[in-house]
Design a binder for this molecule. Structure first.
Ligand code: PMP
Length: 297
C-alpha cells in the first residue's frame, strides 16, 4: 500500500506518521466511529451520497457517546480536494474517515476524538465479478448488546468471526442470521434475494447496518417499478432464491453464488441493478435524487 498523505488531527501527514499511542482507547478497545466512501473518477471526481455518510457518522458519534459536531460537507470537500492534489490521485479511490481517541484512556473515554481522512485505491467492480457465500453459525450482534447501526470498529469483530468461519468452510463471505434466526447481512454488506421476480431484503430491525447502498438499491428498483419486499428473511428464502447479491459502498453490487449451489449464472435483476448502480454513482442517471457531489480540480 502506498504511503499516501492523510488528513490527521488538522494536519496533512504521511500515513506512516499518523500514529496512535499503544494504550489509547482506540488501539486497546476498538473505540472509534468511521465511514468508508468511494470517489469515482470520470471527467471530474464524483463522491457518492456524501451527506448520508456524514449523517450516519454523526449518528454513530452520538450513539457511542461522543457529543461533538461532525465535520461539515464543505470542510470535507476541501480536504478531499487537497488529498487528490497532494497524492496525485487520478483514478477511482475511496476514503476512510474516522473519529478515534489518540490519548491513553479507558473504554469509557469522553476525550475529544481526533479525526482522520485516509485514501485507499479501489477500482469499481467489473460486471463478471462474483463471490461465494455460506450461512455461518456465527450470529449477527444484537441491538440489545452492541447496536449494529453504529458503524464502529469494535462491531467489525463480529464480522471477523463470521468471515473467518466462512473462509474456513471454503466460501469468500459469510451470511449471518440475527439472534432470532432471520437472515441479517454479511460481514460488510447487506443482502438481497430475488425470488420469482420479487426483490427481497431483510428489514432494518433484523440487526443490520443502516446501509446507504441498500437504500440506493431499493430506490432504483422502486423507480423502475420492480416488486420489492422488505421483510424478515428465512433460511428457506435463501435456498429457494433465484438470485442473490450483496451491496455496500465497498462491495457496490456483488453477485453471489451460494457455496452449496452447483448451477450458477449471474441473474437478470442482478445485472440490471449492477448497471443502474454504475450509472447512479457517476451521475449519468438518477440525477433527481442528488446523490453525487462533483469535485472539480
Ligand atoms: N453492513 C455492514 C456490516 C457494513 O459494514 C456495510 C459497509 N458499510 C454495509 C452493511 C453496507 O453499508 P453501506 O451501503 O452504507 O456502505
Amino acid at each position: 500500500m502506498r504511503n499516501y498523505f492523510v488528513y490527521y488531527n488538522d494536519n496533512y501527514v504521511k500515513q506512516s506518521d499518523a500514529t496512535l499511542p499503544v494504550l489509547s482507547a482506540s488501539t486497546q478497545f476498538g473505540l472509534n466511529v468511521f465511514e468508508g466512501i468511494r470517489i469515482y473518477k470520470e471527467d471530474s471526481y464524483f463522491i457518492f451520497r456524501l451527506e448520508d455518510h456524514l449523517k450516519r457518522l454523526n449518528n454513530s458519534l452520538r450513539l457511542i457517546g461522543f457529543d461533538i459536531e461532525v465535520i461539515s460537507n464543505l470542510e470535507f470537500l476541501a480536504i478531499i480536494k487537497k488529498l487528490i492534489i497532494l497524492n496525485n490521485l487520478k483514478s477511482d479511490f475511496s476514503v476512510r474517515f474516522t473519529y478515534l481517541i489518540n490519548e491513553i484512556d479507558s473504554w469509557s473515554s469522553n476525550k475529544r476524538p481526533t479525526f482522520f481522512i485516509a485514501p485507499l485505491i479501489r477500482k469499481r467492480n467489473s460486471a463478471d465479478f462474483y463471490k461465494t457465500m455460506i450461512l455461518t453459525k456465527t450470529r449477527r450482534i444484537s441491538k440489545l448488546a452492541m447496536n449494529p447501526r453504529v458503524k464502529c470498529g469494535a462491531n467489525y469483530i463480529n464480522g471477523r468471526y463470521a468471515l473467518l468461519e466462512a473462509k474456513s468452510k471454503g466460501a469468500d463471505l459469510p451470511i449471518l442470521k440475527n439472534k432470532d434466526g432471520f437472515i441479517s447481512e454479511s460481514s460488510g454488506a447487506c443482502i438481497f434475494l430475488v425470488k420469482k421476480g420479487v426483490v427481497i431484503t431483510p428489514t432494518l430491525d433484523c440487526d443490520i447496518l443502516e446501509s446507504i447502498t441498500r437504500d440506493t438499491v431499493i430506490k432504483i428498483f422502486l423507480k423502475n417499478k420492480y416488486k420489492i419486499e422488505e421483510r424478515p428473511v428465512k433460511e428457506e428464502d435463501l435456498n429457494e432464491s433465484d438470485e442473490i447479491f450483496i451491496c455496500g459502498s465497498a462491495a457496490e453490487i456483488t453477485p453471489i453464488k451460494l457455496i452449496n449451489k452447483s448451477d450458477f449464472r449471474i441473474g437478470d435483476l442482478t445485472k440490471f441493478i449492477f448497471n443502474e448502480y454504475q450509472l447512479a454513482i457517476t451521475n449519468k442517471s438518477y440525477n433527481d435524487y442528488s446523490w453525487t457531489t462533483k469535485i472539480e480540480i
